[in-house]
Structure formats: C-alpha cells, structure tokens
Design a protein around this ligand. Sequence first.
Ligand code: IPM
Ligand code: MG
Length: 359
Amino acid sequence: MTRQVLTLPGDGIGQEIVAEATKVLDALRADFGLDITLEQGLIGGAAYDARGVPLPEETLEQARASAGILLGAVGGPQYDKLERPLRPERGLLAIRSELGLFGNLRPAILYPQLAESSALKPDVVAGLDIMIVRELTGGIYFGEPRGIRTLENGERQGYNTLVYSESEIERIGRLAFETARKRDKRLCSVDKANVLEVTELWREVMDRLSADYPDVELSHMYVDNAAMQLVRTPKQFDVIVTGNMFGDILSDCAAMLTGSIGMLPSASLDEEGRGMYEPVHGSAPDIAGQDLANPLATILSVAMMLRYSLGEAAHAERVQRAVGRVLDQGLRTPDIHTGDTRRVGTREMGDAVVAALYD
Ligand code: IPM
Ligand code: MG
C-alpha cells in the first residue's frame, strides 16, 4: 500500500527548508523506489493567513490519513499581536495534542566535521551522542487553569498549572527506557523533585518503572544541575527523560553543544509509533526568504521519519550518509560556517544532499 506523507512547511524559514527536504523525498521516490505519496498542508501563520485559524480541520484530517508528517516551523512577529488562540504556536501545540504525539525524541549528535562550530572545546564534545526524550502533550504547556486575571486590588496576575498524572509519566517513562535499551542503556530522569510535588511523583514513577528494565541504569538529576552538567561534561549522558518545559529548554541547550541548532532533527510519536518530524529550531523570521537557513535538520528529520514511521531504514541511512558527505565536502550554511569551509545557501545545500544520495 502506498503511504501518504504530509508536509507542513508553516512559517518563516519553514517554507525554504521543507522545500529542500521535499527534493530529497522526491529523489528517493523517483530513483530509489521509495513508495510514498506526498501531500502538503497548512499550519501556523500560513494557515491563519489562508483560513483564519492556525490549525484548520482539513490539516488534521490530512494528518490523520498520513503515515508520517514533516513539519517546518511556525511563528513570526506579524502574528504576535493576535489573540492567543489564533497564534501560530497554538497550531503546533494543538496538532501535537490532537494526534496524541506525547513522545518527543530529540537527538543531539555532534558531527565530527563540525567539532569546530561548537561553543565548547572540541574534546568536551567530540563523539557526543545524547537523546533527549521530552514529554510533549502534558505538563505546564497544557495544564488548566491558565490565563491572565485581574485581582481584587486591580493588579493583573498570570498563572499556569503544572500537572502530570501517573499514566502520563509512565507512558513517557516506558518510551525512554525502551529508547535507552537500544542505546547505551543509561537513562537520566530530570526533575525538580526538591521543590515541585509533580516531579516528586515523576521520580517515584520512574523508580517503579525501572524494575521492568533491569538492564537500563536509571539515575535522577535536578534540572538546574542537568543544565550545568550538559555544558560541563555532556558526554556523561546517554538518554535524558523529562517533562515538557524542562525538555524544551534542555534540548535547545543540548543542540548548541553540537555547533548549531540548524543540525538537529526531532520525532514526535504517538502510542503506535506514528509521528510528526520537525527540526528542533524555529521559524527564524530574521533570516527567512534569504537563502540563509540550514536545511539539514529538516533533511535529517526526513531520515528519522523514514526510520521510525515508515520502516524504511535503508532509505534513512542513505539520507544520513548523504548529509555526512556534504559535510565532508566542506559545504556549510552560515550557521555552521567556519574558516576554510565553503559557505553555501539553503538551496545549494539541499541540491548537494540530493546529489550525494547517488554517490
Ligand atoms: C519547540 C518550540 C515550541 C515548544 C514552540 C514553538 C511552541 O520551542 O518545539 O521546542 O515550546 O514546544
Ligand atoms: Mg523549543
């Protein structure tokens, strides 16, 4: 059966980078026998402009009919004044939630060719390979009540709610243990159990689960310490599991260890392993439309989609190998450009990856 893949370019550089990733998928279809159909849909500000909402019903229907979804990025300053429910970010949060994409896998891998681009010393990051497993459909991002209210004295007060039920913790915990099992079998659960009751429960559930995974070594770390350890000795980590907001922050931090957030893909999975794939970086409105964006995170997201949702490991490897080749050739978008490498634009980088698929 031919499977459908949905692309959702979104806003800002999302359009350009998804265009490059689509070239890669088209080449795999045309010349390497990848059996998929491609559809495109609307999300974020682009959807608001066309349909008046950041996540139209038709997009959800397309998504539900797809085996894999490739998302660019959402958001832009022109949408910041919109009412909150209409903002692009709400479209992204809503699709994650509507599709039950609770498990966010964010690898931070240092390509040896980019050791110079890291803000840390090469020996601290050489060989870095961390996987952050972030809970994506719960926690303070979705907790109720939330809002901005006016108190009796006339002062305004903003409030959000951090909640996790045992079943939500258990579900992300199992995904993290399973992920660790396929790697170096070390799992570090990150919480703030010294202050927050929610994460006291989080820690308790992780400890209980670890009895089912005796082959995985479980440790716990407070989030502030984890942030410090990530920039001090990042290689001590194999898999990190944490809640929605801590995961948001720590994954940006881990991304920078690898030289550029422009290199990092991610997968957001539901309970059946169906998923949405997106670069970790955002819509970067400041560089949008100028052929400056790095398309590699999105292209590597295609590789993750091929592997996790389409069961096409050989195609995934071909894509990853092609990315390695263009880096070997010394091609660099501005975000990863250093000294004697060759600076290229978004399109040239995409074309080079496509060409390298054939090597
Ligand atoms: C991310 C982004 C999103 C998040 C924003 C755009 C809503 O920062 O995917 O990390 O906070 O989850
Ligand atoms: Mg983020």
